[in-house]
Design a protein around this ligand. Structure first.
Ligand code: FAD
Ligand code: NAD
Ligand code: ISD
Length: 426
């Protein structure tokens, strides 16, 4: 025997929290909704883990960053869920799902049934072992996906004051953790295979702007190579990392951020997959009409670009979740999802935002020796993407609005001359 709910959200991360809030706005009744999560705390704003959580002074701690404070909405504490009659089944892993029978089986052997399922299982951090390197279970090697990982980073950082950290990976986790480690007075060397940091998004010119600042803070970049093995002492701690180029870096701690894999395995063979995620339509509905998918795990149609995309960013987790709930609760009032991709990061005192698609020709603008830099991407004669560091609220809003309009660009040189002014006058 087990419990039965009308709505079940599988996963208790960012998307789950925003979906829960939207359910209450749309009038879910007490006892109808549950969230099942293998994390032991209710949904929280995951972005805080690589930023506020790692600050040396007055670090962010729960309950201060439960969803949905990241979007300036209500903070959903355990009390909030109780008051709204939403069942939180925490610390509980779902080990199988039968979408035909509409049941989930938890690791403790309970069967939970649903009428509508929302998959919000997010993603897991890739392990070095998947690239043929062993030893990443050593106590001074850290990944960063959940609260337990963040606590480990904090503990390891505290035990290696003024020591050496090697950061593996030059993506979001690498850049944000490197900045946090430096702020904690740890010496950082970053190692990644590409020619510059943030290769999935940044142009060489944008990357060089940030790398210059990281260098000025003492961060060393070792580019174009990867880790080949660890040196491990008799008590199982990493003491150095060996690189494929033959060099060795001393290490008191290692932080690994080498990408993620969406958590789709429960649904393989049951639902249609695409782009490494679960394929959904413009209502966030999967190939089974009673099952929706949102957040990092969902591959959804981005109308603006006429393509299916899977995004790994918090804004899309929040908005896909809200949209799925609207489509479930008010189907006749809900249009197809029409999303402008939006990513951001904050490191040191920097803060940037990106809208749209980083495809086509790049036009840089701003003062690359100053505080405000930017870029536009122009593809097939239209502006499709925009990036700005150090903008004001009004400037970011103008950038978003302009990018959504995909204006025709006849003269690239003129766009370059106008720079940010172009977005402000569209
Ligand atoms: P998640 O938030 O990962 O939630 C998935 C949930 O499902 C977890 O609770 C997990 O435990 C649970 N789960 C999975 N499988 C099971 C199972 N079988 N049984 C039970 N529970 C399960 N994006 C930005 O745009 N800006 C940022 O600054 C930013 N910073 C980030 C910092 C860090 C450290 C990380 C890790 C990510 C960051 N992101 C950022 C990305 C953003 O947090 C994710 O895109 C977002 O969390 C995705 O939400 P989600 O709900 O899809 O997945
Ligand atoms: P990522 O995809 O941003 O970067 C992965 C990096 O790993 C690559 O840039 C590359 O340098 C490196 N790499 C790949 N294979 C490697 C190998 N074999 N050895 C060494 N390096 C290798 O992924 P991430 O930085 O791990 O971030 C994880 C997830 O968290 C992503 O989904 C990301 O979007 C999300 N995140 C987002 C933000 C943000 O939006 N501000 C912040 C933190 C995390
Ligand atoms: O979007 C975010 C972000 O970058 C955070 O650090 O949400 C969190 C919250 O702002 C934490 O309170």
């Amino acid at each position: 025997m087990g419990r039965a709910f009308v709505y079940v959200i599988l996963g208790g991360g960012v998307a789950a929290g925003y979906a829960a809030l939207e359910f209450t706005k749309k009038g879910v009744s007490p006892g109808e909704l549950c969230i099942i999560s293998d994390e032991t705390v209710p949904p929280y704003e995951r972005p805080a883990l690589s930023k506020g959580y790692l600050l040396p002074e007055a670090p962010a701690r729960l309950p201060s960053f439960h969803t949905c404070v990241g979007a300036n909405e209500e903070r959903l504490t355990p009390k909030w869920y109780k008051e709204h009659g939403i069942e939180l089944i925490l610390g509980t892993r779902v080990k199988s799902v039968d979408v035909r029978r509409k049941t989930l089986l938890t690791a403790v052997g309970e069967t939970i049934s649903y009428k509508i399922l929302i998959i919000a299982t997010g993603a897991r951090a890739l392990k070095l072992e998947e690239f043929g390197v062993s030893g990443s279970d050593a106590e001074n090697v850290c990944y960063l996906r959940d609260l337990a990982d963040a606590n480990r980073v904090v503990d390891v950082m505290q035990s290696c004051a003024s020591g050496n950290a090697v950061v593996i990976g030059g993506g979001y986790i690498g850049m944000e953790c490197a900045a946090s480690l430096v702020t904690n007075r740890i010496n950082v060397t970053m190692v990644f295979p590409e020619v510059h940091c943030m290769a999935r998004l940044f142009t060489p010119k944008i990357a060089s702007y940030y790398e210059g600042y990281y260098n000025s803070k003492g961060v060393r970049f070792v580019k174009g190579t990867v880790l080949s093995s660890f040196e491990i002492d008799p008590i199982g701690k990493i003491t150095a990392v060996n690189l494929r180029d033959g060099s060795q870096l001393p290490a008191d701690m290692v932080v690994v951020g080498i990408g993620i894999r969406p958590n789709t395995s429960l649904f393989e063979g049951q639902l249609t997959l695409e782009k490494g995620g679960i394929k959904v339509n413009g209502r966030m509905q999967t190939s089974n009409t009673s099952v929706y998918a949102v957040g990092d795990v969902a591959a959804f149609p981005v109308k603006l670009f006429g393509e299916t995309r899977r995004l790994e960013h918090v804004d899309s987790a929040r908005k896909t979740a809200k949209h799925a709930v609207a489509a479930i609760m008010e189907p006749e009032k809900t249009d197809e999802f029409d999303y402008l991709p939006f990513f951001y990061s904050r490191v040191f005192t920097f803060s940037w935002q990106f809208y749209g698609d980083n495809a086509g020709e790049v036009v840089h603008f701003g003062d690359y020796s100053g505080n405000t830099i930017g870029a536009y991407w122009v593809s097939k004669g239209h502006l499709v993407g925009s990036f700005l560091e150090g903008g004001t609220k009004e400037e970011y809003e103008a950038l978003a609005k302009t990018t959504r309009l995909k204006p025709a660009i006849d003269d690239i040189t003129e766009l370059e001359r106008q720079g940010l002014g172009f977005a402000l006058t569209v």
